[in-house]
Design a binder for this molecule. Sequence first.
Ligand code: NI
Length: 491
Amino acid sequence: MYKSRLFSGIALLALSASGCGLAVASPERGMVIPAEPTMIDFVDPATVIGLSTRTLTEGDNPGSRYVHINYPEFAGATALNRELRAQAERQLREFRARTRDGGPVSPRPELNVDWQLAASSPEAVAVRLRTGEFQGESWANSTRTVWFDPHTGRATGSTGLLAGDAALRRFAALVREQLKERGGQVERDGVTAGSEKFDSMAFNRRGDLVVEFDDCQLGPCSLGRVAVAVPAARVTPLLSELGRRAQRSVRENRTHGGDTPTFTPTTDPDAVSNRAGSVDCAKVKCVALTFDDGPGPYTGRLLDLLKQGRARATFFVVGSNATAQPAVVRRMSVEGHLVGNHTWAHRDLSKQGSSKITDTLVKTGDTVSGIIGQTPKLVRPPYGAVSQQVGNVAREMGLSLVTWDIDTDDQNGAKVKDIADRAVREAHPGAIILMHDIHRETVDAVPDILKRLRGKGYSFVTVPELYGSVGMQAGRLYRSGNELPRKQPLT
Ligand code: NI
């Protein structure tokens, strides 16, 4: 069921720039250094059959906090899906409780969870979840890795890789030993044999078991990320049956690395894009439907509905979701819709520095380009939040920023009829309408919206078509098709 290949590149579990004493020493000239052992070869989600993603979200509309929790969902791995969902819901509940009485504060508290696959084979599946929480002034990051045994159908935490409590105690001693060699400010005594400390473990390509600690868990936060790789020879005797199978499959997968799937977009002769440019929004009434945060489980059906309704839309995709469902992203493009960039993991860009803003936009742009053969020129900043720096980076990268002037308020259990009514009631020529294709209700509302707005004489176009021959400029923020673009983004 799980067919996977590795990324051609090695995804580095990046050590924080502030990480002290853990950085790899600079190599001597001409010397080949072995790969940093705490690196893990993540599996390319595009190679995993039956993968989709789920998202819990809060905050595109007025509220006091931002939440975006994204996790994968696997065909046939019921216990894993259930566990990931339960953890996501628990994180959301706890974050809401912690931020309950805050009221509107700036910057808003934020919870963000994204994922990677540390293993995906018929022997073992591992989902590494990275949580970023912003409260006050800075981000605190933590990771955990949930394992799934396809042989037994059971999900387990990372300590399930080890053969019981005695093995965990022995493993903790090995980790302390490794940390001792590092010296510095790491609090080795904090490494006790509990499942909380060892909640994020996965194998590197050599079969060493890599354990990652959360920010501030083993010493001052200035240490940044702390990770240790216990060599294969020492950890193997301590592994459970799942652990041994997982270790073996990661090592065997080494030989499969090297080719990332590429897509050659073909044009569907019936695509509505063939009518692109035939609509002059200066003369006829146009609206731009925009769908954010996907692709998700309902996006395929949405594409069917848009095709039936002969409507074009703009999809602002999240990079990690695009890697999980590249075929759906490709369909968007082939069927005449525009694919825009909604960042890799949906963190508020206005809380980030230029290099992080650039990274997330480049990574997502490259991913989309690898799928559809075109790099998106439009960015929707998560939560609509921008800063001067976001504008500067966008200008340098040749990207325009697009928010919205109509919010269908389709998050958090909105009703189908209410979503449709808001879209239809507030529509005006040049409107940019915010919707989310990660919600079933939103997709269900689309046929009604298309029918009623078409009845009022509207055409459904992509965002750039609203601006016609005037075009859109890099670094500018666009909220609506009938206002002059702002010279500088709002802060
Ligand atoms: Ni969004």
